[in-house]
Design a protein around this ligand. Structure first.
Ligand code: C2E
Ligand code: MG
Ligand code: MG
Length: 271
């Protein structure tokens, strides 16, 4: 009986999500990503926010898993892509913002269903956006669950010019042997390891290993969850290419982020 009740809430939530998609209940926040060597901003990651009809705002961690289980995630991903391309079109229309990249999080379901390359190609073309400035982030767990299928889809995306990042790296069970088969250009090292960087020798070793692994595969690394100056300094010392986190900037509205990026692009000051 409990299970039935849970399923009912789940489908209610799915219905609510579908309605929200049509009625402006979702929005995107952007969090800046910065090059560590020179503090120059490279762009941002789009993070989804859901405001319920009663005004409560809930986090993706709470609704993405339900969206995935109910299939609503496909419509959500599509909405996110449309919004992100809107931002990119505006950015690419002005010289001051034309160099910025924008990454969106894509559910593994969208990778395994195979429709993403065509969807992105069409949407980029319709929006008049250069796909080389669009990036997708897929969590490691998904990619490795069906690495062969993922490889085929990611290869098509790469042909399009879309950037590919492996998100939450280190939390899954990826074997190093299959990582090199994935046509990804960026590894996002999970905030779990970044959090322990300055106090745990194990975490420090993991971060160092990921950096070396990425380097040998010709990939770049973005450290997530950089929330203090000493972590930033440490990552810079280790040669990590990019960082993202509260210490640099929290996720913010599209307009605020655009302004942040423009200001930092002109006068990059130490994070
Ligand atoms: P993620 O892609 O790994 O995103 C990073 C998360 O870390 C974000 O949480 C961000 O707000 C948070 N964060 C950023 N800087 C810091 C920091 O310095 N310290 C700490 N502790 N956290 C920081 P958020 O926005 O709640 O998103 C959670 C997850 O939900 C994301 O993890 C992503 O997997 C998923 N998600 C977010 N937006 C979307 C979306 O549009 N579509 C899909 N499919 N998933 C999304
Ligand atoms: Mg992400
Ligand atoms: Mg992550």
């Amino acid at each position: 009986e409990r299970l039935a009740a849970e399923i009912e809430t789940r489908s209610e939530m799915a219905l609510l999500m579908r309605r929200s998609l049509d009625h402006g209940g979702f929005s995107l926040q952007l969090q800046p990503i910065v090059e560590l060597a020179d503090n120059v901003p490279v762009g941002a990651e789009a993070l989804l926010r859901w405001t319920l009809p009663d005004g409560r705002c809930i986090n993706p961690a709470e609704f993405i898993p339900i969206a995935e289980r109910t299939g609503v995630i496909l419509a959500i991903d599509e909405w996110v892509i449309t919004q992100a391309l809107d931002v990119l079109r505006t950015w690419q229309a002005h010289p001051a913002t034309a160099q910025f990249h924008l990454a969106v999080n894509i559910s593994g379901r969208h990778i395994s269903d195979g429709s993403l390359p065509h969807l992105l190609a069409t949407k980029c073309q319709n929006a008049g956006v250069d796909p080389r400035f669009l990036g997708i982030e897929v969590t490691e767990t998904y990619l490795m669950a069906d690495a062969e299928r993922a490889r085929v889809v990611l290869e098509q995306l790469r042909e399009l010019g879309v950037g590919i990042a492996i998100d939450d790296f280190g939390t899954g069970y990826s074997s190093m042997s299959s990582l090199h088969e994935l046509p990804a250009d960026t590894i996002k090292i999970d905030q779990l390891f970044v959090a322990g960087l300055t106090r745990s020798a194990t975490d420090r070793t993991i971060v160092e290993l990921v950096l070396r692994l990425a380097d040998s595969l010709g990939m770049k690394v973005i450290a997530e969850g950089v929330d203090s100056d000493d972590k930033l300094a440490h990552l810079r010392l280790l040669g990590c290419q990019m960082a993202q986190g509260f210490h640099l900037a929290a996720p913010m509205s599209v307009d605020d982020c655009t302004e942040w990026l423009c200001q930092r692009a002109i006068t990059p000051i130490a994070g």
